[in-house]
Design a protein around this ligand. Sequence first.
Ligand code: COA
Length: 452
Amino acid sequence: MNRTEPQAAPSFTQDAFVTWVRQATPYIHAHRGRTFVIAFGGEALLDSRFPDLVHDIALLHGLGIHLVLVHGARPQIEQRLREQGAELRYVNGLRVTDERALACVKEAAGIVRVEIEALLSLGLANSPMAGVRIPVVSGNFVTARPLGVIDGVDYAHTGLVRRVDQHSLKALLDQGMVVLMPPLGYSPTGEVFNLSAADVARSAAAALGADKLIFLLEGRAVLEGSGLPSNLLTQDIDRLLQSAKLSDELASYLRAGAEACRQGVKRVHLVERCIAGALMRELLTHRGSGTLISAEPYERLRSARIEDIPGILDLLRPLEEHGILIRRTREHVETDVAHFHVLDCDGLVIACAALYPYPAEGMAELACLAVHPDYRGAGRGERLLAYLSELARDQGLRRLFVLTTQTAQWFQERGFTSAGIEALPNDKRALYNTRRNSKVFVKDLCSSPQMP
Ligand SMILES: CC(C)(COP(=O)(O)OP(=O)(O)OC[C@H]1O[C@@H](n2cnc3c(N)ncnc32)[C@H](O)[C@@H]1OP(=O)(O)O)[C@@H](O)C(=O)NCCC(=O)NCCS
């Protein structure tokens, strides 16, 4: 737009757009340099909206995310077999890949690969890919072994992943390549095996120690008539796999997801591919769109690290501007980072608090307690308070104090009682700012319950 043109007052849509970009920014920063493995079935290529998915993938690449794409090719394989009057045979839910099926697998995998490469090469001026150059690489990264003979059935060229060459993958990702992995593997004896895309994706994510493994589901992620919960722990999945009625696709992705988490992949996401924009919403919004699987609870309370400082400052600045917290410079927070503790939600700092011990007086100050506005009212403030109370107790301290101007009631409701400034440790009293006129509240840690 020409900057000198008169501009119309911003419409709701423009405001919404700006708000959206601002809300997505922390995710954009958090994802940069991370490794994501994204798996999708061959069905995706048959969908007229597949170019939209490729554009989203290109955008993620543009945001500096290291991407491994794992594709299936089941409909393409089945079509080729049908053309020959044959079909893929399944025994006990496992496919049997005979010589004829293997030839179709190779052909289908080749075609799928070329189509994806072509779409990632698009650079038309009026498309979302304008000016983008995405180098894509594929190769013999997967060593496979035969599934073998089970209950007398020879599964022939159906295989399992034996190992993934993570060194080559890492080197390629570090060079800015997008790695494309077919559902194929090779044995040291030169044989080719037909693998499941879920197995390849899980193994690649585990070998790379990927930050995210994302399965784009073809069907609906439905559990007993309703959608899957937005968060699942690996132990929930074990229970579901034993007790719930799940589609084969969902069960195989849940199984692979739980296994990936146990093998060190931090987050596994199940996203319904057919919902427009679902991948972007899952990765760039607070709410997400799918189901997040993790080995540990989604949010982690931990000591702050130096790289958390921008996130801590983002939480504190608006509160300082409203006079709720006193101003602290970046240097001040950097120097004091060892006192800070954060609630980390998928790499984002959503709450923080600091604990300053005064051992001579057997006291500790609770400072900088802040929960991101989007995450308030769900017990996070209380969780931080309980955690820091526990830390103070562990250090042999008996009382916790806080200076507050606008949050007195919150502390009172959690066992703090009003006190005069004479209750403060000497060093703190010397620094007390009478103009700010903060109220002092103290809590006896010996009489308060232990953290659950
Ligand atoms: C105070 C704060 C940390 C609470 O975090 P939280 O995760 O929302 O806390 P919880 O979910 O444990 O508690 C929520 C309850 O506290 C209440 N609450 C929130 N702010 C409050 C305030 N200033 N005074 C009194 N009660 C308050 C909420 O209304 C809610 O009560 P309800 O459950 O009856 O509706 C958060 O509101 C915040 O960051 N506030 C701004 C910073 C601040 O005041 N920090 C303290 C500086 S001394």
